[in-house]
Design a protein around this ligand. Structure first.
Ligand SMILES: NC(=O)c1ccc[n+]([C@@H]2O[C@H](COP(=O)([O-])OP(=O)(O)OC[C@H]3O[C@@H](n4cnc5c(N)ncnc54)[C@H](OP(=O)(O)O)[C@@H]3O)[C@@H](O)[C@H]2O)c1
Length: 280
């Protein structure tokens, strides 16, 4: 399989690096093209370090050349630049096209392709994804939504790429605003929680670096248990709270201060902003 990446900045580059390191990526050819030449060269160097030989990585001269050769085209440019990329790749729109641009719907992608080459959007296999930045460490949560032209085989093939940098799940496209609230933007609010834990540990005398490790590992451990357990999240919380113990005191304080309501309100603000951006 030949996997093409157009735009390899923050997000596209993180997915590419994770994919190149994974066993799923092994043996597949990677094609790249970014408007910034240095990005292409830096990425080629970094990928060579992950075991790819030059033969497996091709820096294309432009988007058109990449689209002609790739089986799957992953577009990682900012939303405002998606239109010009679609114009470049429309003549080769028979391939599976994956877009991660916030606020750019599948319908908009189809229309832009149709504008560039008549009928190309109607026939195009389009997958819209919403990843998050932990792709950089192989722990992304990525939503995937497809148009009717993407059959199960093509979808499953694309899913291997996003599973290789964390976990991917299919959702209807109208769930993407919700995905932004729960996983796209939520690393930021989770960092705030970790920061608060680490600061409090420091204030209680723990060395700064150690406080960060303890706080991060506690969050990883709690999340891993929650993923693996069949018990409700409420029950998992209750399990930690021995009557008359320490944890129940912390939980009572968080409840009194409206911790969960604050998180829900913050989540909604991200979702509302996403809806606004899509409507523009
Ligand atoms: N960052 C996140 O957490 C996140 C999460 C979910 C989804 N996304 C989505 O991911 C996409 C990329 O965001 P980002 O933060 O990774 O942006 P970014 O760091 O700016 O990367 C985009 C790259 O694409 C290049 N580019 C621009 N126009 C191009 C063209 N016509 N052909 C080829 N390359 C081109 C840019 O080069 P120049 O700088 O030279 O223009 C840049 O290197 C966005 O659509 C965003 O909505 C991001």
């Amino acid at each position: 399989m030949k996997v093409g990446f157009i735009g390899i900045g923050n997000m596209g580059g993180s997915i590419l690096k994770g994919y190149a390191k994974s066993t799923v990526g092994t043996g597949n050819q990677i094609l790249i093209h970014d408007a910034t030449t240095e990005n292409n060269l830096a990425m080629a160097e970094s990928i060579a370090e992950s075991g790819y030989t030059n033969k497996d990585l091709v820096i294309c001269n432009d988007n058109k050349e990449l689209a002609e050769q790739a089986d799957i085209i992953i577009i990682g440019v900012k939303p405002g630049a998606v239109g010009s990329v679609l114009k470049d790749i429309a003549p080769a729109a028979g391939k599976t096209i994956v877009s991660m641009a916030a606020g750019v719907s599948i319908a908009k992608i189809e229309a832009a392709l149709n504008d560039a080459v008549e009928g190309s959007g109607d026939a195009a296999k389009i997958i819209r994804i919403m990843p998050n930045l932990p792709a950089r460490v192989g722990a992304a949560m990525t939503s995937m939504s497809r148009n009717a032209n993407v059959d199960d085989d093509a979808f499953a093939l694309a899913k291997t790429i996003f599973d290789s940098v964390g976990r991917a799940e299919e959702v209807p496209e109208d769930m993407i605003d919700c995905v932004i609230g729960v996983s796209g933007s939520s690393p930021a609010y989770t960092y705030m929680y970790i920061e608060a834990l680490a600061k409090a540990a420091e204030a209680n005398g723990m060395e700064k670096d150690k406080a960060r490790v303890f706080a991060c590992q506690a969050v990883i451990g709690a999340a891993k248990m929650a993923l693996e357990s069949k018990e409700s999240l409420e029950q998992l919380r209750i399990n930690v709270c021995s009557p008359g113990g320490t944890t129940i005191e912390a939980v009572k304080k968080l409840q009194a201060n409206g911790f969960m309501d604050d998180v829900i309100e913050a989540f909604q603000a991200a979702v509302d902003r996403s809806k606004e951006m899509t409507a523009q």
